[in-house]
Every structure is written in C-alpha cells, then in structure tokens.
Design a protein around this ligand. Structure first.
Ligand code: GDG
Length: 482
C-alpha cells in the first residue's frame, strides 16, 4: 500500500466522544464537553478532517432513537459506539478509573477485581468490532488513552481477517509509571501486549516513554536496543514523545471579545489592590487539590502581612462523581476550604474562593487573564494543559506559573516557571511567595520562555506530527525501521 504522503482518511477513537448527548423530550441534543483530551484534539480540527468514534455517554436501546443520536452527533463528525450502561459503568468507573488510572498515577493500595477487568475487555472488543467495520483499507486509526489499551491488538486481528491494512497509532494521555510500579497491576502483560500491536505509540514525555520501553524489555523480553523502536513478535513498533499543546489563538481571540474585555474590567475593579492566584483543575486526587489548599493555608500562616492582599480563586470541576474516592475527596475539599476561610477571614473578605463547578470558556479565559499567578499542584499529571492556557492568557500581565514538578508540563516549563514538590507545604508556601515577589526582569524573562513554548508546541502541531509519522507506517507490518 502506498505511503507516499497521499492523504489517507483518519479515524480518531476515544472512550468518550468530545460531545455529550442529552435527551430533550423526544429528540437528542449534543453539546461540546471539556477536558484535556478534548482541548488537545479540538486544536486539530482546524487543520485536519477526521471521524471521531466513541461512547456517547448515555444508553440508547431503541433503533429509532439511535438514529436520532447519530444525526445529532453527525454535525460534529462524531460517531457513537453504543454500550449497555452497566457494561459502560464497569469499564469506565470499575476498571479504567478505579484500577488503571490510580496505577498509572503511582497511587498505591489499588484492589484488582476480575469483574471490571472482564468489562474492560468486552468494551475494547466492541470498539474493535465497530472500528474495524468502519475502516477502509489504508485508513489511519489513532486511538486515545488508557480506557482502550487492548484496542490496537483486537483491532489488528479483525482488520487482518477483513484484509485491510491500516496503520494504528496510540497516544497515552497519562504518565506511564516506572516498571516496578506497573507490576502492581495483575493484568499488566495483557495491556502492554495490546498496545504493542500499534504501529506508533506516543507519550507526553521522555520519562513516560522510557518507562514503557523498560517495561517491554523486562516484562516481555521485547528487543529495545534501537532508539525509538520496539521489536516484539515479528512486529516493529515505533515509539515517540509528542508534545501535546493547546490552540493559544483561541484564548487570545477570546480575550479580544468586547464582553470578555468588559468582564475582565469588572473583575479587575472588584479585586483592585489584591493579588490573584488562580487554580483550575478537574476534581481529581492526581491534581493535588488537598495539597494545594494545605500549601495555601501554610502560605497564609507564614505571611500574616499579606492577609486581605492575596486571594486564591480555585475552580474544581466535578469529575467521575460515581466513584467513591472522588465523592470523598469533594467532601474533604469543601471541609478544608471552610476551615481555611474560617481561620484567615476578616470582615474585609475571605482568602479562598473555592468553586465546585465548571465555568463557561469566556469566564475561564477572563479568570486566567486577571490572575498574577497560576498554582498547579498535581501529584502526577500526564501533561497539564491548564498551565499552557494560563500562559496563553497572560500576554499583558506576564504572570507567574507556579508548577508542581510532577506535572508532565514541568519537563518543558521548569525554567519558565517556579517548580516545587507538592507534598512539601513549606516549599509550596515559599514558591507562592517567590512567585508574587519576582522582580520585573525575571518575571518577563520567564514569561517569554513560556509564551514561546506554548505558541510553538500547539495542539495542531502535535496532531500533525503524530499523523505524519503514522502515515509513514503502512500498517501491514512490512516496515523495517521507524
Ligand atoms: C488529561 C490528562 C493531559 C477545566 N475546567 C474548566 C475547563 N477545563 C478544561 C481546561 C483544560 C482541560 O479542561 C483540563 O486539561 P488538563 O490537561 O489540565 O487535565 P485532564 O482533564 O486531566 O487531561 C492531562 C490531558 O489529558 C491532555 O493530554 O494534559 O495530564 O490528565 O483544557 O481548560 N473548561 C471550561 N470550564 C471549566 O470550568 N470551559
């Protein structure tokens, strides 16, 4: 099959579609959802055409209703893979979010259960059936994230049976842990073998990529001597670091919108004389929100002179609310937020604005833009795109990014930000203080480094680089090098 750069059609697969479907009376409406994967891939839509396959988020049994859902999603080039809700729940919450997610993020004490694992396998099989049917000979298939780690292998065998040669790429949006930690997962070998049926594997940082390569060598005895390739069972798998980013112009354009400008002015007047720190995170233990609130409390203890002069505006977007650990975390955070305000509030105001909800995109851009610093405290995080977004909105103010060393973004932004260890609240308190007291020359120098990086490594560049590389693989196993 020719791989001479001619355009091959592209299928993107992720567990959830970028649009959620809602039943309104007897019709179905779809609206765009938020999250890191959606942000990264929506930056690609301007330059590249693709069909996006995934679960629509609700169970639809009736054939006529399914057609309505397809119609509604079709406007977004999205194609639903329908799942029974119990199966979807066991796959998504049971295995992906309660077992796999914590292991990928170095959380210990995870309990393995066979039921959710069977659901995970079943959903990957159902995805493989649908995608193999929809692909044509030569289609490029780009699979995303930890919910679908078995898919490349299942898909490969179906495509072969149907006589279709399709290049399969896979991108992991989370960290990949060091080999010894990965051993905590009893089904670790199945997942790695699932991924090794891909033609191209992408990771966010060199560290994750190397951890994966080391695991393939020790767990499976795969050959890994040649850089950026893994040889396993007569297959050659290319492996690379691809820097995921955002579409910074979407933010700069939004900040030019008259309504957003007026909102910024209102907020600036309200917070006149007050230094603003912003935090935006999904409510997830990997984002280190407990550590953030404790670190901010320590900062207020250490600097009583800054009372009423600094405010932390924290957006904690509801996430995975069906999982017990996430419900418990929410209770812990609201209690902690109440205690911090109880301890440091004065009649002039409270130092912490904790918002447990999502805000519209325009409000998000306005908040990024008025903040003097952005505080991100992930205990582990694949990349963290909020750090990029804050930078994109700081053309005027040149605010400071205060970034956990455990966010993937810290591998690229260390020099331009102030990095700290999130488990050390004294270090976090000092990092916040230093960020708010940087001299102008250093602040501008750091900002310019970050701005150049965010504008260079956009989501469009990430997608195009990955697709170009995938396009150079034939998908029939014939390639001899990467
Ligand atoms: C995963 C990995 C990796 C948040 N609150 C609101 C809102 N958001 C948007 C942000 C940002 C996205 O959600 C969050 O992206 P992150 O990258 O920070 O985090 P995850 O969702 O955990 O994403 C992560 C990413 O995948 C990509 O590979 O970087 O490490 O965990 O775009 O703006 N958007 C709106 N309102 C909100 O209140 N509109």
């Amino acid at each position: 099959m020719s791989t001479d750069g001619a355009k091959r059609n592209l299928i993107i697969v992720s567990n959830r579609l970028p649009v959620s479907v809602k039943q309104v009376d007897d019709t179905y409406e779809s609206c765009v959802s938020s999250g890191g994967l959606v942000t990264a891939l929506s930056g690609l839509t301007k330059s590249t055409q693709f069909r996006w396959f995934g679960w629509p988020g609700i169970e639809v049994k009736d054939t006529e209703d399914r057609q309505k859902v397809c119609q509604s999603l079709g406007k977004h080039n999205a194609f639903p893979i329908f799942l029974d809700s119990t199966l979807a729940h066991e796959h998504y919450n049971g295995f992906s979010n309660r077992i796999l997610w914590p292991i990928l993020h170095y959380q210990s004490g995870v309990q393995f259960d066979d039921g959710p694992w069977q659901a995970y396998k079943r959903v990957n099989e159902l995805f493989a059936d649908e995608i193999a049917e929809s692909a044509e000979n030569g289609t490029l298939i780009w699979v995303h994230d930890y919910h679908l780690m078995l898919l490349p292998e299942l898909l490969r065998s179906r495509l072969q049976q149907q006589g279709k040669a399709c290049a399969i790429g896979f991108s992991l949006h989370t960290p990949f842990p060091a080999g010894d930690f990965w051993r905590n997962l009893p089904v670790r070998k199945h997942l790695i073998e699932g991924l090794l049926a891909s033609d191209l594997l992408g990771f966010h940082t060199d560290e994750y990529k190397q951890n994966f390569i080391d695991t393939c060598a020790t767990l499976l005895g795969a050959r890994t001597e040649i850089p950026n390739q893994i040889q396993y069972k007569n297959r050659l798998v290319c492996i690379g670091k691809f820097i995921v980013g955002i579409d910074p112009n979407k933010f700069t354009d939004t900040l030019q919108n008259p309504e957003v400008k007026s909102r910024i002015q209102t907020l600036e007047e309200k917070y006149k004389g007050v230094t603003i720190i912003v935090g935006v995170d999904r409510l997830d233990y990997i984002k280190g929100l407990t550590q953030k609130l404790k670190g901010f409390d320590a900062f207020l203890d250490d600097h009583p002179e800054l009372r009423n002069k600094v405010v932390l505006i924290q957006i904690a977007v509801p996430s995975r609310e069906d999982v017990k650990e996430y419900q418990e975390l929410e209770t812990e955070l609201s209690t902690l937020a109440g205690k911090i305000n109880g301890k440091h509030a004065t009649p002039e105001g409270t130092p912490l604005l904790y918002m447990h909800r999502s805000v519209p995109f325009t409000e998000l851009a306005a908040l990024y833009s008025i903040a003097d610093a952005c505080l991100l405290t992930s205990t582990r995080d694949g990349m963290n795109l909020v750090s990029f977004e804050y930078v994109a909105c700081q053309e005027k103010r040149h605010g400071v990014l205060v970034l956990s060393e455990f966010a993937g973004a810290a591998s690229y932004m260390r020099e331009g930000s102030i990095c700290f260890h999130p488990a050390n609240k004294t270090e976090m308190s000092e990092a916040i203080y230093n960020a708010l007291h940087l001299d102008d020359t250093e602040r501008n120098r750091k900002y310019e480094l970050l701005r150049d990086f965010v504008h260079k490594y956009t989501s469009a560049r990430w997608g195009q680089t990955f697709i170009e590389k995938l396009n150079s693989r034939s998908g029939d196993g014939a390639s001899k090098s990467c």
